[in-house]
Design a protein. Structure first.
Length: 179
C-alpha cells in the first residue's frame, strides 16, 4: 500500500511535499522456453490478465512456433504451475488434444516455478536499467533480454529442476527458502 502523506495533511510546508508516483502500467508476460532458449512469449495489453481462454489461445499459437523453431520435437513436456487457468478443463482438453504432457506441479511449491526463480529475476533487473515509455519499448527490451542470454543460461534453469524437485520432496512439499 502506498500512503501519500501530503494528501492527508494539506498544511504541510512546501519542502515536505513530494511528487506522487506515476501510475504503474502492468503487463502480463507469458513465456515458454526450454534448455535451448526462448521459444515464444506474449505480452498482454496494459492491466489485462490471462484467463483460461486466453491461455488456450496462447497454447495454439505456441504449436505453430514449436513446429517452426523446433521441427524435430515430437514430444512436448509442459511445466506450468497450478494456477486455475493452467488446470482448467479447457486447458486440459487442449493439451490432451495436442498430445502434450503436462508435468505435475506440487500445489504449494513456488520454488518449482521455473520462470519465477530463473527467468523473471534477471529480466526484472534488465528492465530496471531501461527507459520504457511505450509498449513497443517494453517489447524491444524483452526481445533484447532473451537474445542476450547465453545457451548456458537457459540450460542452467532446466538442469536445476531435478535438484529443486528433490529438495521439495525432502521438505515434504514445504516452501524452498532462498530459492
Amino acid at each position: 500500500m502506498t500512503y501519500d502523506y501530503y494528501k492527508q495533511t494539506p498544511t504541510l510546508n512546501s519542502h515536505l511535499l513530494r511528487v506522487a508516483p506515476k501510475q504503474q502500467r502492468k503487463h502480463f508476460l507469458s513465456v515458454w522456453w526450454n534448455a535451448k532458449g526462448s521459444i515464444y512469449y506474449e505480452l498482454l495489453p496494459t492491466n489485462r490478465t490471462v484467463t483460461a481462454t486466453i491461455y488456450v489461445d496462447q497454447l495454439q499459437k505456441l504449436v505453430g512456433v514449436i513446429r517452426e523453431k523446433r521441427p524435430r520435437r515430437s514430444i512436448v513436456h509442459l511445466l506450468h504451475d497450478n494456477a486455475r487457468l493452467h488446470v482448467a478443463s479447457n486447458t486440459h482438453q487442449k493439451t490432451t488434444k495436442l498430445g502434450w504432457h503436462p508435468i505435475i506441479h506440487s500445489s504449494y511449491s513456488p520454488g518449482l516455478a521455473l520462470s519465477d526463480y530463473h527467468l523473471f529475476r534477471p529480466l526484472k533487473l534488465h528492465l530496471r536499467e531501461k527507459e520504457i515509455d511505450k509498449d513497443d519499448d517494453l517489447k524491444t527490451a524483452v526481445d533484447d533480454f532473451f537474445a542476450s542470454q547465453s545457451p548456458e543460461f537457459w540450460a542452467q534453469g532446466i538442469n536445476a529442476l531435478p535438484n529443486k524437485w528433490a529438495k521439495v520432496t525432502d521438505l515434504n512439499g514445504e516452501y524452498i527458502v532462498g530459492s
